[in-house]
Design a protein around this ligand. Sequence first.
Ligand SMILES: CC(C)(COP(=O)(O)OP(=O)(O)OC[C@H]1O[C@@H](n2cnc3c(N)ncnc32)[C@H](O)[C@@H]1OP(=O)(O)O)[C@@H](O)C(=O)NCCC(=O)NCCS
Length: 181
Amino acid sequence: MVGQFPAQKGSWEAVLDLRKERKDDWWEVEALFDHCFAPGREALSSYRLRDDVSPISNLCFVAHDALGVLGGAIRSWEVVIGDKPVLLLGPVAVHPTRQAEGLGGLLINELLAQAESDGWTRVMLVGDYPYYRRFGFSKLENVTMPPPTNPDRVLGRALIGGAWDGVTGTVNKITVSLLDP
Ligand SMILES: CC(C)(COP(=O)(O)OP(=O)(O)OC[C@H]1O[C@@H](n2cnc3c(N)ncnc32)[C@H](O)[C@@H]1OP(=O)(O)O)[C@@H](O)C(=O)NCCC(=O)NCCS
């Protein structure tokens, strides 16, 4: 267990257990993602970067409530732009009954802290800027995701100053991991 979370803002009556995802969590997390995302989520371009590539095990988290029900989950993958390793954050999802309690933020911040500690320097995702700007993400200029992707949704954040400087081009799937510890 790496942390706990009040199920309602300001309340510790129900507690969520936040920990690294384990192998036997896989299908429960898949079911949560199916529930939270529109049908056909795996047609999204970001999934082409994940095909046949394992997620980064140290950067995948699950949060269960006191009854053991999965409330939220986040995964991440390594991708490359040229020869530069990039952490691709997501998918992240919170069960509709747990949304707007801060759990999404908790999962994202936990992942970013662990990523920094593991030596990652730059993170990207495809998502809504109005949500992700609070975590320091902004639009990546001259970084291209596989089509079809709305360029306004291609967001990045440096974990150390200047980590995105000069990093431009197409985001590709890894063949050999450059950084996953
Ligand atoms: C996006 C998601 C992970 C956020 O999780 P959460 O636990 O509800 O988020 P938090 O509690 O940390 O933050 C809630 C705040 O974010 C806002 N927010 C949530 N989704 C948003 C979005 N897409 N755009 C803008 N704001 C958003 C809420 O309105 C709320 O605002 P408030 O703090 O002013 O009340 C969750 O809504 C979810 O699973 N959605 C469906 C799957 C999805 O879209 N995943 C992200 C793919 S990029």
